[in-house]
Design a protein around this ligand. Structure first.
Ligand code: ADP
Length: 283
């Protein structure tokens, strides 16, 4: 449903942030995007909804060429792509309900949205979503009165109120404690499967990615260096993605691979690229 073809982004100020990245995400598929700071993760997800303009390459959402879309067609297309941010991006002085309903603004006429008049069906949907994310008792609270985990749940409900086909999720747990992070990741993966939503999750925490996301894409220096199952993240793969380090706590052992996902590592795409100290030493 999402196809990224040879996507390259070169910012005016520096080197290419993305170098010919190609990636497909199927309907209902959720992938974890990992890699060191500056690898191009944020740039990649922002190119998908054109918050960042790619330099070359294509992004297809179904049959629509996202990279060639302009004006009102682009606005319509963006309704199909929900975004969830690290810092939640809520309107602080609005209530939980109003924040969730703001997910419908792309569908509401100018005057109706000016007076914050929403259709009954939108209100009912928002209530159902708030029930689902466990915030029904906080519906009239102002966003600034909520905890971090609650705020992220509002962000999730707001993105779903948009009724997207694809979710772009940028560091959803970066400001949350470990227990809350797990419950947010669990909620996200459950909702993606309930709504058959495809998602790309930019995630710093390798352990969380391994626990919740079956397919991992590793970026380094703007290139995909790994695309395969979480069970294929061996110490060697993690070194390719992040560089030399003791990965024993994170690495999937070969025994685990054989027990849980036979042949998974061999189906993984560990791409030969010039990263990591080993390669540099050989040059
Ligand atoms: P990540 O999300 O993996 O940390 P980013 O996509 O933020 O990586 O950044 C990739 C590269 O692009 C980095 O070298 C970064 O400095 C550069 N970059 C990101 N945003 C901009 C920008 N707006 N202008 C110039 N360079 C940028």
């Amino acid at each position: 449903m999402l196809r990224i073809e040879a996507l390259t982004k070169r910012y005016k100020t520096g080197d290419a942030a993305l170098r010919s990245v190609s990636l497909s995400v199927g309907p209902g598929e959720i992938i974890g995007l990992i890699g060191p700071s500056g690898a191009g993760k944020s740039t990649l997800i922002r190119c998908v909804n054109r918050l960042v303009e790619p330099t070359s390459g294509k992004v297809w959402l179904g049959e629509i060429d996202v990279t060639a879309t302009r004006g009102s067609a682009l606005r319509q297309l963006r309704r199909r792509i929900g975004m969830i941010f690290q810092e939640f991006a809520l309107v602080e002085r609005l209530t939980v309900m109003e924040n969730v309903l703001s997910g419908r603004l792309g569908y509401t006429g100018f005057w109706a949205s000016w007076f914050r008049r929403f259709k009954q069906a939108d209100i009912e949907d928002a209530i159902a979503l708030l029930e689902r994310v466990g915030l029904i008792d906080h519906i009239d609270k102002r966003a600034d009165a909520l905890s971090g985990g609650q705020r992220q749940r509002v962000g999730i409900a707001r993105a779903l109120a948009q009724k997207p086909e694809l979710l772009l999720i940028d560091e959803p747990t970066a400001s949350l404690d470990p227990k809350t992070s797990r419950s947010v990741m669990r909620l996200l993966t459950e909702l993606c499967s309930e709504h058959r939503l495809a998602a790309i999750v930019n995630i710093h925490d390798v352990g969380l990615a391994q626990q919740f996301l079956p397919r991992i894409v590793g970026l380094n220096g703007g290139r995909i260096v790994y695309d395969g199952p979480a069970s294929g993240l061996t110490a060697e793969v993690l070194t390719t993605i992040y560089g030399e380090e003791d990965w024993t706590a994170n690495a999937a052992s070969h025994a685990d691979e054989e027990a849980t996902d036979e042949g998974a590592a061999s189906s993984a795409r560990l791409l030969e690229v010039s990263v990591g100290p080993k390669v540099e030493a050989a040059q």
